[in-house]
Design a protein around this ligand. Sequence first.
Ligand SMILES: Nc1ncnc2c1ncn2[C@@H]1O[C@H](COP(=O)(O)OP(=O)(O)OP(=O)(O)O)[C@@H](O)[C@H]1O
Ligand SMILES: [Mg+2]
Length: 267
Amino acid sequence: MSRIYAFANQKGGVGKTTTVVNLGAVMADWNYRVLVVDVDPQSNATTSLGLNSRQISPSIYDVLTDELPPSAAIHATAWEGLDILPSTPELAGATVELNRIADPRERANRLKQTLAPLDAYDYLLLDSPPSLGILTVNTLSAAHAVVVPVQCEYLALEGLSQLVRTISLVQRGLNSDLRLRGLVLTMFDTRTTLAHQVVEQVRQHFPEQVFESIIPRSVRLSEAPSYGEPGVFYAAGAKGSQAYRRLAWELLRLDGHAPPWKPPDVE
Ligand SMILES: Nc1ncnc2c1ncn2[C@@H]1O[C@H](COP(=O)(O)OP(=O)(O)OP(=O)(O)O)[C@@H](O)[C@H]1O
Ligand SMILES: [Mg+2]
């Protein structure tokens, strides 16, 4: 059975998509079969994996609204073992259509139902939009666990209590299996005192729930999407890429799925 991870934080630009794309790429590189599911109308995961979101059909929109089987909308990427269920800007319209479904459980479980037949993957990584709306609720409802990227910036903790409340609501009402797998600190700038303070604060508020691997701010990671490549392939030696390999190792180890060998740059 596939393990399903949602990556969520209603705050925009905190590194959700970058984390999904790079973790997916590392896992695929380590021979896990990975499907990235782009559940954001901005389609950043789709374009970051080299697809043109304006020319894709069918997409996740058709799967969510037309009951097209998901396998019909899955695209291979240029990297073996890494597939994508892409999104297009049309997905914004699905929000309206989902909100028309009268039964609240059915409305929140549409993605889960949609993904259920997919059993050829080890991991499904769901990229959520920057809101706590119906699309994010669908990703939380479909997932076994949620990972929350947190940017090492001023007001990093803002909104996290609301997110944690939403996660508990989903746990209670829709998906009792859902676990908060952890918070990932992103865009860490070693040179600033503020970044160090944010790491401290987040660790104090969420003891035992913050991944040890911290993702540094890295120009190479931010350049990679414009080439349609995951940063870990575009600049394999960059510090940010090393950090994503460490994070992947940590995540797989928590799942009891870590490969028997350690990547060279994981201490
Ligand atoms: N570690 C990093 N170092 C430098 N830039 C980064 C890093 N991680 C992400 N970025 C850049 O920051 C911006 C926001 O990242 P990303 O798109 O992953 O965030 P997001 O949470 O998915 O955003 P949204 O909420 O809009 O979906 C992007 O331009 C991305 O390239
Ligand atoms: Mg995003």
